[in-house]
Design a protein around this ligand. Structure first.
Ligand code: PA5
Length: 440
């Protein structure tokens, strides 16, 4: 509150209530993309059972590794959940019972990454889930070519079909067509759910189930959040968050950092950046979303946050309880001088680091919001997903942009296709090459 006036906050709360009304009545821009609003309460149990059946079938067939192919909204939700819910050293400890080792591909164009993925696949028994709403995105399409080729070569075309599942549009796109021709099982991303709002569809839920996590609990947590975040009152936390970040934006705080003191939530920051960046960054407007993992990044970004240009605001995702208990031991020599914290939990040090950092950043001129969860588990993560999605919709409407389109994403694709020699892009290629150093 030292950063804003109560009256300004009330004004933005009114705006948030208005924006929520638009979202609720479905009268705003992009209103044909609101299918995500009722996913938690309306996802049928039978869908989760189908995911579990695939996991069990693959386990019985001896599959140990699933390559999940996708980019952007077709990747980040599952990656975030699996990182948050898994043991930090799972891949080195070996596979958990009743789960598959999920690795990701199709989220970059690195030759090294893909070649190294093939190295891994040679040593594993592999299946793949290819996820693309449009069915035409280049990065996942290239990865899928390579992975499919590998699987067909190794297991034969017929057996390969049982090791490939596609998540895509119900009717359109190359992936749907190929799946129908080859007999791959498919799951649908409905037309009214955009990529970055799709974590609670098969896009996120299937990989999460394959990795051995409980999608029922995730959806139950999201359903709880759906109730709380659908109230047209100031008690709605999504509304309060959307109001405050827009108020701060209007005061010149142009960058929002999502930070957490739990490294399990590092990828929550990646998912959140896409959600808000792609939804709000348009028409020359939008808060720039950034993220950091503390205390790690206090030793790299901490200086800037404390003392750099004062355009930063922070949203701290606090975790009230850690999943494990670990006491700091006494050291008879006490050379590091830390015996004063002996017999304390590591978690207590982390909590004091969090409180100390928050106060220091406020003193340094960084306004702060806090989102608190009880612990990192399926239910709380589901709750966070829904909370941020609803907040994003409200926030973008306050800002006056359509949260559900992404026209700017096309620009790099057009140039890339032209430079790669795609038919139809010849004139663009000539114009681009004139701007590049000779030899390109
Ligand atoms: O949010 C979005 O719509 C995008 O980030 C997409 O998820 C991303 O571009 C991948 O698209 P697709 O699922 O069509 O391959």
């Amino acid at each position: 509150m030292p950063f804003v006036y109560e009256g300004d906050y009330s004004f933005y709360l009114e705006k948030a209530l208005e924006a929520y009304g638009i979202l609720d009545k479905e009268t705003g821009a992009g209103n044909d993309f609101l299918g995500w609003k009722h996913l938690p309460s309306q996802t049928p149990e039978s869908l989760l059972k189908q995911f579990e059946d695939i996991r069990d079938e693959w386990l019985q067939a001896g599959v140990d590794t699933v390559v999940v192919i996708g980019i952007g909204g077709s990747y980040l939700g599952a990656k975030c959940a699996i990182e948050a819910l898994s043991h930090s050293f799972q891949s080195r400890l070996g596979r958990k019972e009743n789960s598959l080792d999920v690795v990701f591909a199709g989220n970059n164009l690195s030759e090294d990454y893909l070649a190294e993925l093939l190295d891994l696949m040679l040593r594993r028994s592999v299946a793949t889930v290819v996820i693309s709403k449009s069915g035409t995105t280049t990065e996942p399409a290239i990865a899928f070519r390579l992975v499919r080729n590998f699987i067909e070569d190794r297991y034969g075309k017929k057996a390969a079909a049982s090791r490939i599942v596609a998540v895509t549009d119900k009717a359109k796109g190359a992936l749907k067509k190929l799946s129908d021709t080859e007999g791959y099982r498919t799951f649908v991303i409905e037309d009214n759910v955009g990529g970055r709002f799709s974590v609670l569809t098969p896009v996120g839920l299937l990989p999460i189930v394959l990795a051995g996590h409980d999608a029922r609990k995730l959806l139950a947590g999201a359903a709880e959040s759906e109730k709380i975040c659908s109230e047209a009152t100031e008690d709605n936390p999504a509304l309060r968050y959307a109001a405050m970040r827009n108020l701060l934006y209007s005061k010149g705080y142009k960058i929002e950092m999502l930070v957490s003191f739990n490294p399990k939530l590092t990828y929550l920051g990646e998912w959140w950046k896409q959600l808000f960046g792609e939804s709000e960054g348009k028409d020359g407007k939008g808060i720039f979303p950034a993220s950091a993992s503390f205390t790690t990044d206090l030793h790299s970004m901490g200086q800037y946050i404390q003392d750099g240009e004062r355009t930063l605001m922070e949203t701290v995702v606090s975790v009230e309880n850690s999943g494990r208990k670990l006491m700091i031991n006494t050291d008879p020599e006490n050379l590091d001088g830390l015996n004063f914290i002996a017999a304390k939990r590591v978690e207590e040090c982390n909590r004091m680091a969090e409180l100390g950092t928050r106060l220091a950043h406020i003193d340094g001129g960084v306004p702060q919001m806090q989102v608190s969860i009880e612990r990192v588990d399926e239910a709380n993560l589901g709750g966070l997903f829904y909370f941020f999605e609803m907040a994003c919709g409200i926030s973008a409407y306050i800002l006056g942009v359509n949260p559900f389109d992404q026209p700017g994403v096309e620009a790099y694709k057009k140039n890339m296709f032209a430079l790669l020699g795609k038919p139809g892009y010849e004139a663009d290629a000539v114009a681009l090459r004139e701007r590049l150093p000779i030899g390109f």
